[in-house]
Design a protein around this ligand. Sequence first.
Ligand code: ADP
Ligand code: ASP
Ligand code: MG
Length: 411
Amino acid sequence: MALVIQKFGGTSVRDADRREIVAQWVHRAKQSNDQVVVVVSAMGRRGDAYATDTLLDLIAGKDHTPAQERDLLVSCGEIISAVVLASNLRDRGLSVRVLSGGEAGVITDDNFGDARILEVRPQLLQGLLAEGTIPVVAGFQGRTADGRMTTLGRGGSDTTAVALGAALNASVVDIFTDVDGIKTADPRIVPDARTIAELDYEEIFQLANLGARVIHPRAVEIGRQSGVAIRVRSTFSESTGTLIAAGHGTLDPWGHRDPDHAVTGITQLHHLMQFNVTPRSSMVKDWAYHLFMSLGENGVSVDLINLFPDRVYFCVPPEKTETTKQIVENLGYAYEAYDDRAKVSIVGSAIQGLPGVMGRVMAAMAQSDIEILQSADSHSTITLLLHRHNMEKAVFALHRQFHLDEEVPRK
Ligand code: ADP
Ligand code: ASP
Ligand code: MG
């Protein structure tokens, strides 16, 4: 008997009609004799009564609210969603039990707001499954070993689902969402982006980490470590979606690679804050060392670092702007800060060591008259820092440049 995890995102459980469609998916899985664990996100998006952002808006500007209390507040969204969906399942005669993340055995550290799962204690879930009951678990949350409520970072219901899948040795974790799989670019920017049939963990991790919010990077990380297969698919269509599993990469196993078709996807992140910091005198010894130590000690994570003897460029998330300015001022350095930055990345396992890829990136930017402010690369990614107003144009240009709108045999 196969065990499947079915995770439903916020838009999938937004209203009564959609919750009925969700209930059909669960019922269908149960009828085919599968054991099913359901994981839900909070209902809807900002403006919907119990969506995560709506709950957060209740304390907008109240920076004195402790992170632990924020977690208590937002965790209600998933709990409400789980109880309401469970009622749809009971209407169908199914045996159901609603569990908070902590009750389902999700144990985390105490980094409130962005906690990491330390372990999953699956005994209660296993007992329920053995008696034929469907656990409906509130996603995005866990508890510390001493019982305090935590949340797993925005988009973290995916992480709950994959962690439960790994702990219960599920045959697949189905991430049901509002698009029919992982696409070659965000369909809100490139409407004709193609759905990618199969991916390995590495490429989707890079896409997720660099902005593709369709799946949380930590969920992919747990998938990679445990080997549990993940399928991203639509709640609202029968399409098979994207399968993420080991050995399902887009890289040609014979090593044939073509710079025109070496890229798997394009992704973007808007709202980055770029800093250009200079010591007032180039004689300040170890100036950059002091800067990065101080940033680290104050919990500021930096990105896109370009270090030169007399200056350094780097980016921080917008919510860290004031802390960063304070740190730089305390050190007595000069800085310029720009709040209109975005980054656009290409991702593809096949770009490693392949001549001509950066040339094509530059061609796409030149043809669209887009200025590159900074760049960074790894074995499977190239990232460009751009003016925010060029972000969509750049995603489009790169999508076209690497022929991602065309159907190509990739193996
Ligand atoms: P859910 O609430 O179901 O978790 P999310 O909003 O977190 O849904 O993720 C789905 C959204 O991710 C899509 O509506 C789409 O706009 C966005 N997205 C960004 N990049 C991609 C991509 N490469 N492929 C598919 N969707 C993407
Ligand atoms: N509801 C949470 C969020 O909006 C978790 C999730 O949707 O995965 O971030
Ligand atoms: Mg999501």
